[in-house]
Design a protein around this ligand. Sequence first.
Ligand code: CO
Length: 156
Amino acid sequence: MSKLNIVEHPNDILRKQCKSIKGLAPSKKIKQMLDLMYESNGMGLAAPQVGWNARVFVMNITRDRSQELVFINPTIVSASKEKIEMPEGCLSFPGMVGLVERPMWVKILAQDLSGQHFYFDDEEWGSRCAQHEIDHLNGILLIDRTQKLYKGEDPL
Ligand code: CO
């Protein structure tokens, strides 16, 4: 079992603006976030969702562990004008989904565990998921982006 737990809505921790990581990120904690994400069948997990105020999220839109990604201090550097509405879930709103309109793709600049900068872009779920997780780092939640939540399974 992982030592971290998912923070569910409502909780003030989920509403805070997260602080940038200075220097090397704690890799052990980030590894625990990845483990918790897999245990919870999520595609992404942001630091405030484990009670950590930091600009960090992990993501894997496949079930293949070689595809997992760690984003430290991510920023969206460009986004498509074209938007698309898709259902999204969130581990902090278990069993709920909502329709959310977002840019179809984004390009993100972030740092990896070794502090190296990298660019990420993806036209489908990767962009969708990354935008959702970056929202978490700014205290923005699924309920702020959708008219209503309904019961369903589509975890992000
Ligand atoms: Co979420």
